[in-house]
Design a protein around this ligand. Structure first.
Ligand code: AP5
Length: 207
């Protein structure tokens, strides 16, 4: 099954994708993780996109589309995949339709107040891409999964979060209509605890 997870920054796409990838045994393709890895390793791409990522803007469509197209052509995607953070513009969605078949676009619906509270408490492990929240981590400063040092993502500063939300509303939100018109959109209430939201997604997929 080829699944897209849509939703605002902090709506829980990464958290849900990490659970689904285990349950469905198909890979999670997170463009954000791919870009952050390049940033960390200071590759030519990483250096090129550094200011965009840290400022909360979008990496140009041509670059992003090429990366995803190549990644989806790898053998582990042949049984299906979960796209987390792609597409993010109509141009990306149209490109995806030209080289892949999408089965379902799940839109995680979360209010702004919840988003701000989730992002301001997020802790991220750059070693295993694990995502956590201070409400469940307590005082822990290392990753409960791999022992890596947890960090606050640079783009989780208040100013950058506001910019990411602005970009989401102007460029990514139209995708909801795009997939609704294709009859592939399912909107899931993304508020409530991780397990509650996850159960709602599984219910949708089982239907
Ligand atoms: P990306 O990493 O994709 O960022 P994003 O879309 O802004 O999404 P986030 O990772 O911030 O949030 P999320 O929805 O995954 O929520 P999470 O599960 O972490 O992209 C980063 C950047 O890369 C972009 O800004 C852009 O520059 C670039 N980029 C990426 N893709 C691109 C593309 N296609 N085109 C162009 N540029 C692109 O959860 C958030 C927090 O909430 C965590 O602390 C988590 O523990 C907690 N949480 C999650 N669910 C729950 C729940 N149900 N209850 C309580 N807490 C929860």
């Amino acid at each position: 099954m080829n699944i897209i997870l849509l939703g605002a920054p902090g709506s829980g796409k990464g958290t849900m994708a990490q659970k689904l990838t285990v349950e469905l045994d198909i890979p999670q393709i997170s463009t954000g993780d791919i870009f952050r890895k390049n940033l960390k390793e200071e590759t030519p791409l990483g250096l090129q996109i550094k200011d965009i990522l840290n400022g909360g803007g979008l990496v140009p469509d041509e670059i992003t589309i090429e990366i995803v197209k190549n990644r989806l052509a790898e053998p582990d995607c042949s049984k299906g995949y979960i796209l987390d953070g792609f597409p993010r513009s109509i141009a990306q969605a149209e490109a995806l339709d030209s080289f892949q078949h999408v089965d379902c676009a799940i839109n995680l619906d979360v209010d702004k107040q919840t988003i701000v509270s989730r992002l301001s408490g997020r802790r991220f492990c750059p070693d295993c891409n694990g995502t956590f929240h201070i409400s469940t981590l307590g005082n822990a400063t290392v990753c409960p999964v791999c022992g890596g040092k947890l960090i606050v993502r640079k783009d989780d500063s208040e100013e950058t979060v506001l910019e990411r939300l602005r970009v989401y509303e102007s460029t990514t939100l139209p995708l909801i209509e795009y997939y609704r018109n294709q009859r592939k959109l399912v909107t899931v209430d993304g508020t409530g605890g991780v397990e509650v939201v996850y159960r709602r997604i599984l219910d949708v997929l089982h239907k």
